[in-house]
Design a protein around this ligand. Structure first.
Ligand code: PMP
Length: 370
């Protein structure tokens, strides 16, 4: 028997904790921002049919270029994008990891702005890329001026911008992304490194009306990458399919680091089938947004200061003891996320029933003095 501390672990991984959102068997699982609606039967049947078609051919490796899937994803994204602009992997986590493998690494850095998605520092550590936190305003917003100043100061090789951000749920204005892009271009013009600017749009489909996507900025910006996922709006977290849109040269870079045949035939068939039923799959998005808005409105009435949410979750504060509230909710069968920010919690917007369960449990917990 041995333990982790006695293994010759890489320096950068010592003392790190693995990603560990609790997976508990409770009636209301509202802690990992999945789409809580099951896959519609029509889509599930289409997936089964497409997987059945490839099952007999599983003796062969899959299409390494997943061309058909890239065509389907480009068709879904629109904006004049083609298969050449698209790349995919097992969840957008793997897409981000491949981006770091190609553009980060030893003696290189990635700049992000915490609090943000908890995997960014872990992915940086896993690829031996220095992680630099540019910070945010006290209300967790990020201005174009501050973001650009941090790019100028730290001269990173990559910038990760989550829009909408996790855990706060608020999308960035395109002015922030443009300012970051311009700042990295100025760094390069002065002889420093330019940066790949990655906009993580995992929750883009839940945006409030009028919130634009960074896809609209891709034209003419060959260092800009927009990542998306089928894990959230598409209700396919279990299928593991994330993707990106960028200049075709970015896919060429990622081909250098991806494992051969990284997207299984089953994964490709599943995603292709799902993309043939986009409208049905995305039918739940309007319902989820309505529940999200309901949560925001009620938390506002309760004085809990919810953040503006362009996503399928709500970040709220003004809790005396956030962990006590988290526990009181769990006692009532509702699992939400304690993101480690004092006085704050984050809850996923699910079905109407789940939202009611959450709001009822929360009001009870607060009344009981949690
Ligand atoms: N980015 C953000 C901001 C996320 O919240 C998540 C999932 N929690 C991901 C990326 C990764 O999702 P997946 O790997 O399932 O595509």
């Amino acid at each position: 028997m041995t333990d982790l501390s006695s293994l010759p672990l890489r320096e950068g991984l010592r003392g790190q904790s693995p990603y560990g959102a609790p997976q508990l068997d409770v009636p209301f699982m509202l802690n990992t921002n999945e789409n809580t609606h099951p896959v519609p039967p029509e889509v599930a049947e289409a997936v089964v049919a497409r997987v059945a078609q490839v099952a007999g051919g599983l003796n062969r490796y899959p299409d390494r270029e997943f061309t058909r899937l890239r065509e389907s994803l480009a068709g879904y994204l629109g904006h004049g994008l083609t298969a050449a602009h698209v790349w995919a992997a097992n969840g957008s986590n793997e897409v981000l990891q491949q981006i770091l493998q190609a553009f980060g690494g030893p003696r290189r850095s990635v700049l992000s702005f915490l609090p943000s998605y908890s995997m960014y520092p872990l992915l940086a550590a896993g690829t031996d890329t220095a992680f630099v936190d540019g910070g945010r305003a006290a209300d967790h917003t990020l201005s174009a001026e501050h973001a650009a100043a941090m790019v100028r100061e730290h001269r990173p090789n990559l910038v990760f911008l989550a829009s909408p951000n996790n855990p706060t749920g608020t999308a960035l204005g395109l002015d922030v992304i443009e300012a970051v892009y311009t700042a990295q271009a100025r760094n390069e013009a002065e002889g420093g490194p330019g940066a790949m600017v990655v906009v993580d749009e995992a929750y883009a489909e839940f945006a409030l009306d009028g919130t634009p996507s960074a896809l609209t900025l891709l034209e003419g910006r060959e260092r800009l990458i927009v990542t998306r996922t089928m894990s959230k709006a598409f209700a396919l977290a279990g299928a593991r399919l994330g993707y990106l849109a960028a200049d075709p040269a970015v896919a060429d870079a990622l081909r250098l680091v991806r494992l051969p045949y990284h997207l299984s035939s089953v994964t490709q068939a599943t995603a292709i089938a799902a993309l043939e039923h986009v409208e049905t799959l995305l039918e739940t998005v309007a319902d989820i947004k309505a529940q999200r808005d309901r949560i925001v409105a009620r938390l506002r009435e309760l004085g809990l200061d919810p953040a503006v949410s362009d996503s399928n979750f709500v970040f709220f504060g003004h809790l005396e003891d956030a962990h006590a509230v988290w526990e009181a909710l769990l006692e009532r069968g509702v699992l939400v996320r304690d993101v480690g920010i004092p006085h704050h919690l984050r809850v996923t917007a699910g079905t109407e029933e789940e939202t009611t369960a959450f709001l009822t449990a929360l009001e009870e917990a607060l009344a009981a003095g949690a």
